[in-house]
Design a protein around this ligand. Structure first.
Ligand code: DGY
Length: 327
């Protein structure tokens, strides 16, 4: 921990973050920062938040009643450098009149690009191909070797046509797909119109889609939404992609579905837990590609996220409207 005493509002930054965001905070606040790549151990986190007015946190930090109690009544703003906020107990914050900032919008393109990358890589069996080249299993050109599944003429099902779901749909349109289905809490007519997507039930989407892409937030309703029942409803040739949160998937059920051929393949940028232990059975499967939660990992996106999270924090501390606040 690197303390820096001054009369400015006291803020804790729970990790090393892009310089631009940090500089913004440092210009106006008394910043205490955990200047490391890895998160602080919980006990150090709890010590660091005592008496702060603002908290700059990441999606890996659990912001719950215990932590808020430890921070005490001085804490007025929690700002997360993420669009997802399932790691924050929103109700507990609101009970204490703590405002919460987040970073929607600016990471939409990067995350959509990565989602499409996962879809293409999984459908065209890139993991197996790279392995074969590296292991010397690449013999001659063979007519039936490593044949995957194309996107042309496919039905794509998007679970959650929010900002990222819509951006994924837009990026897939030029691949000459036949149809986009979507489901979610409510119909989104204007977004659907932009990409010609058709609203349907979760079950119908699972049954009809060649690609099922999870773009929904993790909530109590979506926790383990993708379980044995869901995988059973999908086509045997279906490919499942998840770039939102690992918690929406029952991973044991996914493993079983992939292993037994109930579905063809899966591409995951998010898992439970993160990092996924290297002995996870999912990693042994040729038809499962796992990435280390890098959806928003472009330099410009991460910098923009840090700056927006810093702006949210500063605005909240100054009693001004935050650029992006969770209501
Ligand atoms: C988020 O912001 O919630 C993503 O998961 C990481 O950028």
């Amino acid at each position: 921990l690197v303390p820096n005493a001054s009369p400015k509002p006291k803020v804790f930054v729970s990790r090393r973050i892009p310089e631009k965001g940090f500089a913004l905070l440092a210009s106006e606040c008394d910043v205490l920062s955990w200047n490391h790549e890895d998160p602080p151990p919980r006990k150090d986190y709890l010590t660091a938040v005592r008496g702060i007015q603002g908290l700059f946190c990441l999606l890996t930090d659990t912001i719950d009643a215990e932590l808020l109690n430890e921070a005490g009544p001085s804490l007025r703003v929690v700002s997360t450098m993420s669009v997802g906020y399932d790691h924050i107990d929103v109700q507990e914050c609101h009970k204490r009149n703590i405002q919460i900032g987040y970073t929607p919008g600016i990471l939409t393109s990067a995350t959509a690009e990565l989602t499409v990358t996962l879809l293409l890589a999984t459908s065209r069996r890139i993991k197996e191909g790279v392995k074969a080249v590296e292991n010397g299993e690449w013999g001659t050109w063979k007519p039936m070797w490593l044949c995957g599944q194309g996107l042309e003429g496919a039905t794509v099902g998007i679970v959650g046509l929010g900002r990222i779901g819509l951006a994924v749909a837009k990026r897939l349109k030029p691949f000459d797909i036949a149809q986009i289905l979507y489901c979610g809490r409510s119909e989104k007519p204007s977004q659907a119109l932009e990409v010609g997507a058709v609203f349907t039930s979760f079950e119908d989407l699972l049954t009809r889609s060649d690609f099922v892409i999870a773009c929904c937030a993790l909530t109590p309703e979506t926790h383990h939404l993708f379980n044995a029942t869901a995988f059973k409803q999908m086509k045997q040739t279906a490919i499942f992609i998840n770039s939102s949160r690992g918690g929406i998937v029952n991973q044991d059920d996914l493993y079983e579905a992939l292993k037994s051929g109930k579905i063809r393949a899966a591409g995951l940028d998010v898992t439970t837990p993160e990092p996924l232990p290297t002995d996870s059975p999912l990693l042994k499967l040729d038809n499962c590609l796992v990435l280390p939660h890098i959806g928003s990992a472009t330099q410009s996106t991460r910098e923009a996220m840090a700056v927006l999270a810093a702006r949210n924090l500063l605005a909240g501390l100054q009693g001004k409207p935050m650029p992006c606040q969770i209501k």
